[in-house]
Structure formats: C-alpha cells, structure tokens
Design a protein around this ligand. Structure first.
Ligand code: SAH
Length: 349
C-alpha cells in the first residue's frame, strides 16, 4: 500500500500525525487518496452522529468592528461598508422566527462592536434562554476579557466560536494589523475552554501567504487544543480590503481538511460553511460528504444579511436562508443525510 494511504490509516487509528506527516499528506494528495480519506471520515462521523446534520440559526447582530483584519469585508477601514446593528428586540425576534422553523441553536455573530457591552449581551442571552430554555446559544463576538466570558457563561451562553485564524506567528501577523496578537487570541480560546464553553477554533483555507506547512501547524494545534467545534472555510477575497486581489482558497482543499479534522477528533462539531457554499454550487453538500455535520443557515433580517459582507458574493439566498429550510432539507436528504431539530451538542465518542 502506498505511503499516503498508510498515513491515513495511522491518522484513523491514532488521531494524530507529526507535523511532517500532515505536510506530506497535503503535498502528495490526489483523487484516490482524497476519496480514501473521505470515506473514512464519513464512516467515523456516521458511527457517532448517524446521518444527522445539526442546524444552527445564524444571527449576524452587527457589522460594526473596531478591528482591521486585512481579509475581512467588515474591517474598520472599509469605508464602503454600510454599517448596521440589530437592536436587542430585533435579535429576539430573529430567534423567535428561528424557533418556529425548528432551530434549537442560535449563533450570535458580529464584529467587535462596543455597543455590545457585557450588560447588553448578557441581557440578550438571558432573554433568549428564558424564552427558549431548550435551545443552545453560541456566541461569536470576538476577543473579550476573561470576566466578560465568565459573565456570558453565567448568563447562559453554551458555546463560543473564535477562529484562531493561523497558529503560525508570522502568518498571523501578515493577516492582521500589528496590534492584533496571536497570543491574545489563543489566551481567549484557553479561557473559554476553562470556563466550560463548548469552544470552537478554526481558520481560512487558502488565505494569502498560507502554505502547507502552516496548515500542518493548524492541524497540530487542533489536535492538541481538542476544540468541541472547528470552523474552516475557504478564504474568499473581498474587493474593498487589502487582500481584494488575492486568489481564494479551493473547495477541494477545504473538503480534504474537513476529512482530516474529522479523523483527528471523531466527535467534533464541524460546519460545512457558507464560504464553501459560496465558491462551489454543491459546496455545502460536499462538505457534509467529507465529514462535516453542521450547517448554519442565516436568520438575520434580509437587509442586514446583505450588509454582513465578509467577502465577495457571500451567499444569502436559497438554502443559505433559514426561511428556506425546506430547500436545505431536500438538498441534505438527496445526499443521504437528515436535518434534525436538536440542540446538537457534542456527543461522547
Ligand atoms: N468578530 C468575530 C467574528 C468574525 S467573522 C470574531 O472575531 O471571531 C467570522 C469568520 O469569518 C472569521 O473568523 C474569519 O475566519 C472569516 N472570514 C472573514 N473574512 C473572510 C474572507 N474574506 N473569506 C473567508 N472567510 C472570512
């Protein structure tokens, strides 16, 4: 048997490879090995989650951001971005709509907007939890203090998504302005885990300057950090950012990595992202077939959805729209999976 297939078997057995082995896998992948890996990822995912696909109702609560990440369409310096912020009542009504549609997890995501102080955000979390005690709340509101994360946990938030973006210092510093530090980001992730959040890290595939060595380092980090969730999607350029002219990441590599991550941590909650759906007409489905088990349709009001433009042509219609849940259900059923009405917590493996 060739070396790559042996490495894939080792990953399946040990859930771990060396940096050099991850890099070798990435460098030497081809159609045959990708399919071999994909089948293993699909089987292991099915052994834990069956054919269930968890849905999360994404509510993009604000595109106002104090940060200036070079890749991101809602970065502070993008003066062409039309800014908005949902009111607490608007956020609650998004959750209400979502509940009726069968969502049992709401993801509140936004830029780092000073309006959302601990008090404001905690009140929103408490209200959603009081109205829908059978629902989970995921926050994705960027870097905050330990005290803030503690208060949010106490208010009832269950999960927190904070992509680490790049574990390699040098790459991190090429993607972010000088005052944003990888150390701060990793500290936040460790704090979140310590406080008992189901914690999610992740990175963009094919970000400018990223090479296979960097990705191998990200995989090693995921292996060691053992996050409950991991968000990976292709980098997609946004025209009004410094990276507007860089090529985007590929669906092929994203799917390959989804399969690897599934083998690293068999019970991980792994979304098939909007970015993947944006760059490939069957992206969502391909992601699920590669080992993903979560999709996050959008519950934000229509005009907000258009303005939360992280990258060019971000999908916000069709199966991406939570109100078109039937369309999504059909797509998922066609590939042999099933959307479930469930909080979708991580299962023990
Ligand atoms: N402020 C929050 C939410 C950020 S947006 C936070 O800091 O976590 C969520 C994710 O979108 C980011 O973590 C980033 O990985 C991704 N993203 C941003 N710009 C992107 C782009 N141009 N292409 C693909 N993904 C992008």
């Amino acid at each position: 048997m060739n070396n790559i297939l042996k490495l894939i078997d080792k990953l399946e057995r040990e859930h771990s490879l060396s940096l050099a082995e991850y890099e070798f896998l990435l460098e030497n992948r081809n159609e045959e090995t990708t399919e071999y890996l994909r089948k293993k990822a699909e089987n292991i995912r099915k052994s834990i989650y069956g054919n269930a696909v968890f849905i999360r109702g994404l509510i993009e609560i604000s595109n106002i951001c104090k940060n200036d990440c070079f890749y991101c369409g809602i970065r502070k310096s993008n003066t062409l971005c039309q800014r908005y912020r949902l009111t607490p009542d608007e956020i609650l009504s998004c959750a209400e709509n979502g509940y009726k549609l069968g969502f049992r997890t709401f993801v509140l995501q936004g830029g780092e907007d000073g309006f959302f102080t601990d008090k404001v955000l905690c009140d929103i979390v408490k209200k959603i939890k009081a109205l829908f005690p059978d629902c989970a709340i995921t926050l994705s509101m960027g870097e905050r203090s330990e005290e803030s994360y503690r208060l949010l946990k106490k208010a009832g938030a269950d999960r927190y998504l904070l992509r680490h973006e790049a574990i390699n210092e040098e790459l991190y510093s090429r993607l972010h302005p000088e005052k944003m530090l990888l150390k701060t980001r990793i500290n936040c992730l460790q704090t979140l885990k310590k406080l008992g959040f189901q914690t999610g890290c992740g990175f963009m595939v094919g970000a400018p300057f990223q090479n296979n060595r960097h990705i191998a380092e990200d995989l090693k980090f995921i292996e060691e950090f053992q996050p409950e969730m991991c968000g990976i999607g292709p980098f997609v350029p946004h025209k009004d950012t410094p990276f507007g002219e860089y090529p985007g990441g590929s669906a092929e590599l994203t799917c390959f990595l989804l399969s690897i991550i599934r083998l690293i941590k068999p019970n991980i909650l792994l979304p098939s992202t909007t970015a993947l759906g944006t760059i490939h007409p069957e992206g969502r489905e391909l992601g699920i077939l590669s080992g993903a088990n979560v999709v996050m349709p959008n519950l934000s009001p229509e005009n907000a959805r258009k303005k939360y433009a992280l990258y060019n042509n971000k999908l916000n219609t069709g199966a991406e729209n939570a109100f078109h849940i039937t369309q999504l259900k059909n797509k998922i059923e066609k590939i042999g999976y099933e959307i479930v009405t469930d909080r979708g917590d991580i299962r023990k493996d």
